[in-house]
Design a protein around this ligand. Structure first.
Ligand code: GLV
Ligand code: MN
Ligand code: MN
Length: 394
């Protein structure tokens, strides 16, 4: 039966990948027309699985299976439906569709639950639109900061807040986005912790001028300053094993071949499992940018956009995932996540745990993302077993 569920999940990941804001590549960004269409399609699959569907004020898609026990609390399953630019098919959607498949499988087994079960497709894990991430899951958790709201148009998302104490926990299935499971020849792994992240914006301001007339020693070229900074990021990061730092976007203005760039703005993303190490690296990077700007006669603006602390997964739920993996005759491999996940936002209000699924070559944030149906089958089975165990333990 679950082979069939896995096939459906694979097919649905393919169908969802056709829904994009950009022609010719997969891009779905917070509250965009493609996100609305994706929610509609996934909502129809939720209904097929017997869930009651609605979209909240933060554009999260929710499908609910009500327990027949009065006053029951709710357990959440989910992941996100937004994507990066030119994304793969599985980062996010796999977790939502695996959860729907697990619900379907539990219903076929005639399971009744002592808690309500809600499947969520979160609206913004990647943060592509505003650079600030987890807008959907933090709106639901009620942990949005005033600075997030100041940055976005959709102020009503605060209304998506759910009462604290309503949730028993949250579980998320996600592709690993790294090579560890593949190296260990395992279909799934249990996540121990999620790295913290700092997202920032830096701008170098110089003087735009004529590319043919201003001598090299009299230039204040913003792009050359930014380029020197970008080139310094790998060495600052590598000095701290485990820490990663990335400049993912660079905008140059005015942007003409015969004009010295007067303006260069870039994004910076810094991650580590230890918050103090991450914050120290951000301070070192800032000092580096300042020194470069000073030496080149440029102005620097340095704007923190968002910081998310590292999060430990809940021990009890993690153990439950481990038991379900072992029950399938598989070695239990525990691993931390370098990527961010909605689970990190949910961990602020309830116990949260994650199960990773092997992906080919550890590749993600790339259209080449690939998973095997046989591994998805294991994930559906483990997630359904996990809910059954929770129900029995309640
Ligand atoms: C999301 O994939 C992130 O970790 O940025
Ligand atoms: Mn993701
Ligand atoms: Mn991602």
């Amino acid at each position: 039966m679950s082979a069939n569920h896995a096939k459906v999940v694979m097919h649905r990941c393919g169908a969802l990948a056709q829904i994009s804001d950009d022609p010719g590549q997969l891009t779905r960004t917070f509250a965009s027309p493609a996100m609305r269409r994706a929610n509609k399609l996934v909502g129809s699959w939720m209904r097929e699985a017997g869930l009651q569907v609605h979209e909240d004020a933060a554009f999260n898609l929710l499908g609910r299976w009500n327990s027949n026990q009065r006053g029951a609390k709710t357990f959440l399953l989910g992941s996100h439906l937004d994507t990066v630019r030119d994304a793969g098919k599985y980062d996010g959607p796999l977790g939502v569709l695996t959860a729907i498949a697990a619900v379907q499988s539990l219903r076929e087994r005639g399971v009744t639950l002592p808690f309500n079960l809600e499947v969520v497709g979160f609206s913004d894990e990647e943060g592509l639109r505003y650079q600030t991430t987890y807008l959907g899951s933090r709106a639901l958790a009620g942990t949005l900061a005033a600075a997030d709201l100041a940055r976005i148009k959709e102020k009503q998302i605060v209304k998506a807040r759910r009462p604290h104490g309503e949730f028993l926990g949250y579980a998320e299935v996600h592709i690993e986005q790294g090579p560890v499971l593949e190296k260990n020849n395992l279909p799934v792994g249990v996540v121990t912790a999620i790295a913290g992240q700092s997202r920032l914006r830096a701008k170098f301001l110089g003087v735009a001028g004529h590319a043919g007339t201003v001598p090299m020693n009299l230039r204040h070229d913003a792009l050359v300053g930014a380029a020197e900074f970008v080139a310094s990021v790998p060495s600052v990061a590598s000095a701290c094993p485990g820490l990663v730092a990335t400049v993912g976007k660079l905008e140059v203005a005015p942007g003409a071949s015969n004009v010295i760039p007067g303006h260069a703005a870039l994004t910076l993303d810094v991650r580590d499992q230890t918050d103090a190490r991450r914050l120290a690296a951000v301070r070192r990077l800032r000092a580096k940018a300042k020194a470069i700007a000073q030496r080149r006669g440029l102005k620097l603006t340095w704007t923190p956009v968002q910081q998310t602390a590292a999060v430990q997964c809940d021990e009890t739920l993690t153990q439950m995932f481990s038991k379900c993996v072992a029950q399938r005759g598989l070695k239990v491999l525990k691993l931390p996540s370098g990527a961010g996940h909605d689970a990190a936002a949910l961990a602020a209000i309830c116990p949260a745990a994650m199960l990773f699924v092997r992906c080919k070559g550890g590749i993600s944030h790339n259209p080449a993302e690939s998973v095997k149906a046989a591994d998805v089958r294991v994930a559906v089975e483990v997630l359904a077993d996990f809910i059954s165990r929770l129900a029995n333990a309640a």
